[in-house]
Design a protein around this ligand. Sequence first.
Ligand SMILES: Cc1cc2nc3c(=O)[nH]c(=O)nc-3n(C[C@H](O)[C@H](O)[C@H](O)COP(=O)(O)OP(=O)(O)OC[C@H]3O[C@@H](n4cnc5c(N)ncnc54)[C@H](O)[C@@H]3O)c2cc1C
Length: 323
Amino acid sequence: MKAFTYVNAANEKEAIAALQSAERGRMLPMAGGMDLLGLMKDYIVSPERVVSIKGLDQTIAAGDGGLKIGAAVKIADLAEHAVARKMFPALVTAAEGVGTPQIRNMGTVGGNIMQRPRCWYFRNEEFNCLKKGGSRCFAVEGENQFHAIFGDGPCHIVHPSSLAVPVIAYGGRFRVAGPNGAREIDAGEFFQLPNANLYGENVLQPNEIITHVILPAPGQKSASYEVRFKQSHDWPLAAASVNLVMSGPTVKSARIVMGAVAPIPWRVPAAERVLAGKAITEAIATDAANAAVAGARPMSGNKYKIQIARTAVKRAILAAIRA
Ligand SMILES: Cc1cc2nc3c(=O)[nH]c(=O)nc-3n(C[C@H](O)[C@H](O)[C@H](O)COP(=O)(O)OP(=O)(O)OC[C@H]3O[C@@H](n4cnc5c(N)ncnc54)[C@H](O)[C@@H]3O)c2cc1C
């Protein structure tokens, strides 16, 4: 690991002051450090200054019918928060599924959303892949069983954040702050495909940080469902979050987002339209799930993910309606 200086910022103002640099990557924030330290040890990032942002807001507060979650809230604390459990079960299910108790106790909400892709070519310093300034995505002709089935490349990562998927399903926003002040960004507009941003995954400017996740009032029914290789500590192979606004037994509107299938959390309006105006039955959930995966373009080793993603969407819909 390259030597670096360390600044412990007591609050948002100190964090922003300590992160001032025109050059992307020279100063980096560290929350729980679960992801950042691994990236530094593998020389994927080599900041000159690491700024601890554990001093950011660590509270979960009610507001405007929803919740305002501080970026420094531990994933474990979100998973155990009684109001979050009641109002935002899709988010709490996703939080409960993250890694192991140790990871949930160290990892923060902000760090989870900002974690970098797990692609083994990106993570291995021996591979100068597209995302690191190289000329090719090694997954195209290589080991691509965990890579994207949507998004059309040219880099085929999947976005690793379990929490980002339900945040988008709930119509959440991120409050971000930086040297030019604070702003709010619709979570659905936050993440970027590689053809818009090859070297990053989102619209955050250098030296901006996420300070809060803001969730508006949820629909009456919501749920997440994740499929994992084994029920232990790995990232999901596919996931889905569903948020339904109901009028009696009928769906007025739906938001459905898939995870681990594309370089960004993948919202599926075609599947949402299948549910709108209907009372959900197993057959309708199946139709929506089929619509969700209709445009998938798998690679040589990940065709199996289509069926898994379809199952995740169907089970998330049925879990929401039965809750
Ligand atoms: C074995 C294992 C299994 C895992 N399984 C899952 C899983 O199933 N689902 C899942 O989602 N994750 C999973 N993770 C990832 C884990 O949840 C993340 O590494 C962790 O949440 C990162 O949080 P952190 O606070 O430690 O972030 P850090 O490591 O401190 O930061 C991560 C990145 O985000 C940046 N950053 C941190 N906070 C902010 C902020 N507020 N604003 C802007 N940038 C910021 C940092 O500069 C860094 O680049 C797993 C990890 C391991 C090791």
